[in-house]
Design a protein around this ligand. Sequence first.
Ligand code: CAA
Length: 696
Amino acid sequence: MAMSTVGYEIDGEVAVLTVEYPPVNALSAAVRTGLGEALERARSDAAVRAVVILGGGKTFIAGADITEFGTDKSKVKPSLQDIQTVLEGFPKLTIAAIHGTALGGGLELALTCHARVAVPAARVGLPEVNLGLLPGAGGTQRLPRLTGVEVGIDLITSGKHIPSQQALALGVIDAIVDDVRSGAVAYAREALAKGISFVPVIERNDKVTGIDAAVFAAARKQVGAKARGKIAPMVIIDCIEAACTRSAAEGLVYEKERFQELFASDQRAALMHYFFAERQARKIPGIPADVKPKPIQSCAIIGAGTMGGGIAMTFANAGIPVTLLDLDQASLDRGLGVVRNNYGISVSRGSISQEKMDSALALITPTLAYDDLATCDIVIEAALERMDIKKEIFFRLDGLMKPGAILASNTSYLSIDEIASVTSRPGDVVGCHFFSPANVMKLLENVRSASTSDETIITVMEMGKMIGKVPVLARNADGFIGNRMLQYYTGEAEFLLEQGATPEQIDRVATRFGMAMGPMSMRDMAGMDMAVVSRKGRAASIPAGERVSPIVERLVEAGRYGQKTAKGFYRYEGREKFSDPEAIAIIESVSKEFGITRREFTDDEVEARLFAPLVNEGAKEIEDGTAIRASDIDVAWVNGYGFPVHRGGPMFWGEKYGLDRIYQMALDAAERNGPRWAPGKLLERLAKEGKGWDAA
Ligand code: CAA
């Protein structure tokens, strides 16, 4: 007989059921079967008066087994709901004993126990929304019965994990215990001794009775504004409303129906793709398993500007001491002032506590002396984007840093190979490209040169996770993964303007799609003068015969730099923006100058034109090895460029849209704009064979 996934031990009158299903004790068919059997055993064991359910290893149950979704295994009985029915009607006391995380179906299972206890470091949550789902095992019906409706809406629509203390205060758990197992057993004994009778959560109606409909209207407005087109959060509100307006039995049926609707949605497929993509991105083929990351316990940063300051905050937030260097006291003071101010804003918004701010600031040591950096485990250079300056710095670091230290550059497009060439230790040199604002944006684009060592690569990937970023590995190439693609997105947006689309239409389509911001508004915000400078700097790399729209240059010539001059693609009054006939006239004059006939575009046409070039360039990155796999590109775009996660990323979107159509569009684009826009060999092959990225 196969080893059971659920251990059964007797501790006096308490049966301890331990789920053993690494890595996260997900509720696989095997675990459900094991739990069903163990519960029957406890039921028929006359000496047992209480049951404690516990997770083996480092966590309680982290939810349904996502790898079984949609497979026959997910249909194996007992279902999670069957087990919950058993638990809710169990004739003996049942206690969920939580350590690590109780997430999704794991927490929902715990909500059908009579009581829940957790260790101080545990966290609980219903994160299904992040997979485009709702907690379909009664989570929307039971959690609000404990926390009240408003908190329930907040927790389930955000999917956040909350720590034990907060869970206790909100009524999600009943007690905090020091040791998960003995604490839960003691809790059970005491409850038995006192003869406490627990009312099943589903029967506790006081917090879901008499709720004003206005509560839901307000929630829909607030959550809807943040959802950017995601459907699951709105459906969750419907279900919580049903918990308040229907009987418990009807509410559970309604929740199940809505779960199935979400399960069948494209957004669910995209979000699940993204979940695995993010984890896959950390796996680097070809690196032997015995290569281990080096410890990163201290960090040095060169340059206290916007990037350097943001990076310093990131490390300090993760509890890692930072030495922040700049060349003169004034720059250092200015940089630290910005850091302090940013923390202050977070404190005033309530997103961090004053103590957290103080402890983070205490970890940042400013300095003017290079010698202070020498013993740090990693140094990240965030100086000006000029190769001569970078080389000078790396030459100096080579002579200074302790052996084995990682020497990283935050450059967004300069060659890591060239930077590494001035050192005697190119194996330790790597790109660590953070995105602005670095303390907020999740993407860490790590860049390996031809000589970066496996150990260095593994270290910066591991470090990314440790500091709360989502790391992706790129090979050295102009613009790496993300920025290399970005120029085609913004470039096509400008060509669309020349052909007759308006800034409003393009931005509307992009935000309808779910982008955080449209490309024209993005340019206005970043400042078009900056774009012109960077385009001039890169002009040499643009081959002859390539069209680059001069619209941005023309706007700058007319003093329209964007928000900073209150006019760019739009006209601004404070933070409000308006369509501006003057900008349109400039755009139209460019169309005329190049003999381009302006026409109307449908929104769908604009959408496809905006995103298809990303897919084409992404395919070329897979082809030339800049990106390891298509899903890494998705991870980069979701976390660094505001691409909507519920679309799965540009490559996932492209495959769904049809690689054959993308291929055809690339041929057309090349005709209009020049050979750089032409499809690569990989896209051509996949399009012709009717295959997806799996066959890349
Ligand atoms: N099912 C199957 N595998 C899972 C899983 C799950 N629910 N959660 C995590 N894993 C796997 C990961 O894919 C990863 O596998 P590999 O090592 O092969 O890549 C491994 O477990 C470790 O995961 P992480 O790298 O994420 O480890 P971590 O320690 O950083 O985080 C975690 C652990 C907090 C549990 C995190 O994995 C997580 O958030 N998991 C998802 C939890 C979740 O969404 N649960 C709800 C599921 S849906 C549901 O329950 C529906 C319902 O209502 C019935």
